[in-house]
Design a protein around this ligand. Structure first.
Ligand code: FES
Length: 178
């Protein structure tokens, strides 16, 4: 018993034994501290990047890039005489009548549905609430409050029929292309 006691005493009293233990503890403490310092720095970097992105979004202009109101409808020879052709992408009708070409807006004046040409009925029909228009855009039935608008048609230098959707005509105009 006394020998075991002596060994313990010797270990405990060895010079530097206590110092080595505390250095080990200190090192564990030190790496933990480094880890938290790095974590803190990482959080700051992420927060800074988020704030920068938010600031950029806030100050950048909210501009909507709309397509041009002018539509290249096609060459006159593409349209058979006495036909009404719908271009659903641009929302227009190109009509080839005996007097010449003209264009109508194809969006119903009631609540904005895209209308459709009904060849067999010789009329333009709205699928939403039943408005009907003749081929000159005049309303013949339904709740639409206005006729379909006539749009400005011109012939470009290279021979294309151009429809300006932003230019609503007050009177009928026909374009002759012969
Ligand atoms: S949207 Fe065409 S009739 Fe209502």
């Amino acid at each position: 018993m006394s020998e075991a006691f002596n060994q313990t005493t010797k270990i405990a009293t060895l010079p530097g034994a206590t110092g080595a233990r505390s250095a080990e503890e200190e090192c564990t403490d030190c790496s933990r501290r480094k880890f938290f310092a790095r974590l803190g720095m990482g959080s700051l970097v992420v927060a800074g990047a988020g704030a920068g992105l938010f600031t950029y979004e806030f100050f950048s202009p909210n501009v909507l890039f709309e397509s041009s109101p002018i539509v290249k409808a096609g060459k006159p020879e593409q349209f058979t005489p006495d036909t009404v052709t719908l271009d659903p992408q641009s929302g227009i009708y190109l009509v080839h009548s005996a007097q010449g070409f003209y264009a109508l807006g194809a969006i119903c004046t009631h609540l904005g549905c895209l209308t459709a040409w009904k060849q067999e009925l010789d009329m333009i029909a709205c699928p939403c609430h039943g408005s009907r228009f003749n081929r000159e855009g005049i309303k013949i039935a339904g709740p639409a409050p206005q006729p379909l608008p006539w749009l400005k048609v011109t012939l470009s230098d290279d021979g294309f029929l151009m429809v300006d959707r932003s230019n609503i005509l007050k009177a009928k105009e026909f374009v002759r292309a012969v």
